[in-house]
Design a binder for this molecule. Structure first.
Ligand code: ADP
Ligand code: TZD
Length: 580
């Protein structure tokens, strides 16, 4: 299938290629070997051809899940994850994930087939007509359309460079159906392709910016480092660890930065988060934004008097995007560059005589940590009937400790917040979760991508509501026989299962699901292993069995329907009605 049938052109024999082949060749030339797709007009043959030419094509049941898979593939590999969809509705289904990738700074390319330009632009009602390029533009970092086969090389090259250089993000690539069928001379086609040189160039920070940051940190009485998912993405694990250990500064990992250093590291202040944020005097952000997840750097969380006031901390911010600084509060020492280069430069300035942070600061953190860890241990030691989030997640904690290489995918509200604080991570980029938006639906797409790309075992800890957003992909998991164990923490509803209909009618309350649902039976329909767990021992046995067999498994873990709180730890973000 390398080239199309030779055709007689003006009496000579010419080898021809076509748009389909050029698209696949362009991706392959750039080391992209996997596509997350959902076939249909006009891209069915593109899916087939990609597979025929040796790419891995993972075919999904809904484009949104293929898109989430592509987004996390980008996070894990630093290469853009590719999601391939059909036009209008398929494109729109993939768009949520494209926007998610952009918001989370993950490199991804949404490639969608589209209808004929002439008909779309005159709005004449083509099959799946839509001006996709215009719609995608505000939701991604860059958007391109290719109209001629000889421009495919440039289109793919630009898409790759835009996705991974600087602050990574989502890119849209529009491929009209007509383009795919266009033919051109095979040799000219080959020459038109571009192998992108240095797609994510290093960005070296200015020496004076590094010095300013070091001066601020050296003078701190209560320094703190916050590691974000940008730090995890950067794969500068050794430099980050060396900087933290050589300076002795306590650190907080954001959710997806857990495991960058093992969560059990003695400098981790995670168990004393609400103590260190208001107390710290100099805070260094590494690949983390001062967005809602860090209370915008203001208010009570940071020890300020008013909700919009500043707590008096000084901030260092290491980030690749210059405009990130001052987004919420003043950044006293912005260090702009890629995290690897920045951490190397900072490390070089740390030298041998770096003064360790004052002992009182470290002791105060240690004391608070010990208290909170003891409190948590007490909760985890309980064995209530039915299970609650703590007793179920204590099992997952033990299993991750014993299998630190596995991936933990996590979504839900309580299922998310409790897992984040209970389950320690030991290696970088192993915890994959809802990210900046707190979006539901990433679960199965993330699990499929992690398992397909790495061959590692995945455990997906899912709230029962969260699971529903991508649940049909358990067929995909079974079809590709992926080592994924889905654990549904089933408390009969969104957040909890206890709401009542305030109107008094017979309809269930909006947050309540079918009681006692057996999610485990869903996977059995596709040949996977279903397990039903009502105790921690049953849950442990089911997960261990899944790990030993590597078979697609879904464990329905029955959780007390009164356990949990509305929206987990972000109850305060709910506007409340005065009348209920
Ligand atoms: P978290 O939610 O974990 O706090 P965010 O997604 O808010 O993390 O922040 C990630 C930050 O990391 C973004 O501001 C982004 O620009 C930055 N970033 C991503 N990759 C790199 C990199 N290679 N070098 C430097 N900064 C990066
Ligand atoms: N839709 C989307 C796409 N994302 C969302 N975050 C929500 C809706 C709102 N939402 C949350 O923020 S958490 C959640 C929803 C619907 C589900 C919580 O229920 P769960 O988890 O069963 O998944 P817990 O453990 O029972 O809280």
């Amino acid at each position: 299938m390398g080239t199309v049938e030779p055709q007689a052109v003006a009496g000579a024999q010419a080898q021809l290629t076509d748009g389909f082949n050029l698209v696949v060749d362009a991706f392959k030339l750039n080391g992209i070997d996997t596509i997350f797709a959902l076939p249909g007009i006009p891209i069915t043959d593109l899916c087939r051809l990609a597979q025929a030419k040796g790419m891995r094509v993972i075919s999904f049941r809904h484009e949104q899940n293929a898109g989430y898979a592509a987004s996390i593939a980008g996070f894990l590999t630093q290469k853009p994850g590719i999601c391939l969809t059909v036009s209008a509705p398929g494109f729109l289904n993939g768009l949520t994930a494209l926007a998610h990738a952009t918001t989370n700074c993950f490199p991804m390319i949404l490639v969608s087939g589209s209808s004929e330009r002439e008909i779309v632009d005159l709005q004449q009602g083509d099959y799946e007509e839509m001006d996709q390029l215009a719609i995608a533009k505000p939701l991604c970092k860059a958007a391109y359309r290719v109209l001629h086969a000889e421009d495919i090389g440039v289109g793919v090259a630009r898409a790759i460079r835009a996705a991974v250089s600087g602050r990574p993000g989502g890119v849209y690539l529009d491929l009209p159906g007509k383009l795919l069928a266009q033919t051109m001379d095979a040799e000219a086609g080959r020459r038109s392709l571009i192998k992108v040189v240095d797609p994510a160039p290093r960005q070296i920070p200015a020496p004076e910016a590094v010095q300013r940051a070091l001066d601020l940190l050296r003078g701190a009485k209560k320094p703190l480092v916050i590691l974000g998912k940008g730090a995890a993405y950067a794969q500068a694990d050794a430099e980050i660890r060396a900087f933290i250990e050589r300076t002795g500064i306590p650190y907080l990992p954001m959710s997806m930065a857990k495991g960058l250093l093992p969560d059990t590291h003695e400098q981790s202040a995670a168990a004393a988060r609400s103590f260190v944020l208001p107390e710290a005097d100099v805070v260094m952000l590494v690949g983390a934004r001062l967005n809602w997840l860090l209370a915008h750097g203001k208010g009570k969380t940071w020890g300020a008097k008013g909700p919009k006031e500043w707590g008096g901390q000084k901030f260092v911010q290491v980030d690749i995007w210059p405009q990130e600084a001052d987004s919420n509060v003043r950044i006293d020492a912005p260090v702009v560059g890629d995290i690897g280069s920045c951490m190397q430069a900072l490390l070089a300035g740390v030298g041998a005589n770096w003064p360790k942070p004052p002992a009182e600061w470290l002791a105060a953190i240690a004391e608070r940590k010990a208290k909170n860890i003891a409190k948590m241990a007490e909760l985890l030691a309980k064995n209530p009937v039915p299970m609650n989030f703590h007793s179920a997640l204590a099992v997952v904690r033990d299993i991750v400790r014993a299998n630190p290489d596995l991936y933990l995918v996590n979504e839900g509200a309580n299922a998310l917040d409790f897992a984040r604080s209970i389950v320690d991570m030991y290696k970088p980029r192993k915890r994959l979760d809802v990210g900046t938006w707190g979006v539901m639906g990433i679960g199965m797409g993330y699990a499929i991508a992690a398992a397909a790309l790495t061959g590692q075992q995945v455990i997906a800890v899912e709230g029962d509501s969260a699971f529903g957003f991508s649940g049909m992909e358990i067929e995909t998991i079974c079809r590709y026989n992926l080592p994924v164990c889905v654990v549904v923490l089933n408390n009969n509803g969104v957040y909890r299962g206890t709401d009542v209909n305030l109107g008094g009618g017979t309809d269930p309350a909006p947050t309540v699901f079918v009681k006692g649902a057996r999610y485990d039976r869903l996977i059995e329909a596709f040949g996977g292993v279903g397990a039903h767990a009502t105790t921690p021992a049953e849950l442990r046995a089911a997960i261990e069995q899944a790990l030993a067999s590597r078979r697609p498994t879904l464990v329905n873990a029955v959780i007390d329907e009164t356990a949990g709180t509305e929206s987990g730890r972000i109850t305060n973000l709910n506007p409340k009605s005065a009348k209920k």
